[in-house]
Design a protein around this ligand. Structure first.
Ligand SMILES: C[S@@+](CC[C@H](N)C(=O)[O-])C[C@H]1O[C@@H](n2cnc3c(N)ncnc32)[C@H](O)[C@@H]1O
Length: 213
């Protein structure tokens, strides 16, 4: 969140959309939801869109949150809705519809190519680019970029050269920043291409969240 300037960046905005590339055990979602709930200046609507090729079980999600007691009440609500995650798009609703989670079950680049929405923040969170190259490659970042507006901020824990180069090629201006221990560096950036991007995603205000089943 800090890498994307949150929660300050969403203060008093009507809605905020976070795109994440690897849902995993849902910890980033839970932390973002918790920060939203604690923030008196929170946007009215938080929409979290996340891709996951190999969804974890609901029980594993709850178990992993147990080491962060402050997240457990959120994880319990998530657990109750995490079932039937077949490949495709799934919409989960919390906080009386003020927190939406769209889970895109499948390969990140294939799923994002099918979607039309505008992200305000992007968390890139695959496993390491060496062992998990698909989620970090140029084609995935192109699919991510197509869901960004100028100024969308991006953050990740890896500073691998291949990731920095591919992000730059897709119009992200990135820089290394001080990492969260044990990482020495993290990566932060912003979508700000030197060209005028072709728009395939809907703009804010045209604004339906992405479709889900
Ligand atoms: C580091 S974990 C994500 C942790 C997660 N963000 C959290 O907060 O708990 C990386 C995730 O990316 C998923 N993944 C790997 N390759 C993928 C791909 N090509 N498309 C979508 N998800 C992928 C893995 O299954 C794994 O769950």
């Amino acid at each position: 969140m800090k890498g994307c300037g949150l929660p300050a960046a969403w203060a008093s905005q009507p809605q905020w959309c976070v795109l994440e590339t690897g849902f995993g055990l849902g910890l980033n979602f839970l932390v973002t939801w918790q920060a939203w709930k604690a923030d008196p200046l929170r946007p009215r609507l938080l929409h979290f869109v996340s891709t996951e090729a190999f969804p974890a079980s609901a029980d594993d999600v709850l178990r992993s949150a147990a080491t962060h007691p402050e997240l457990v009440p959120f994880a319990e609500q998530l657990q109750r809705q995490l079932w039937g995650l077949l490949p495709g798009f799934h919409r989960l609703t919390f906080e009386d519809g003020r927190v939406l989670l769209t889970l895109c079950i499948g390969d990140a680049k294939a799923m994002l190519r099918e979607q039309s929405f505008e992200a305000d923040s992007v968390y890139l969170d695959g496993f390491s680019p060496q062992r998990n190259p698909d989620i970090w490659d140029l084609h995935t970042f192109k699919a991510v970029a197509r869901c960004c507006r100028r100024g969308t901020r991006v953050a990740t824990w890896t500073v691998a050269r291949s990731v920095r180069d591919a992000l730059a090629q897709c119009g992200f201006v990135v820089k290394k920043t001080t990492g969260i221990p044990p990482k020495r560096d993290n990566l932060q950036g912003e979508y700000n291409p030197a060209w005028e991007p072709k728009r395939r995603c809907s703009r804010r205000g045209a604004g339906k969240p992405p479709a889900a089943s």
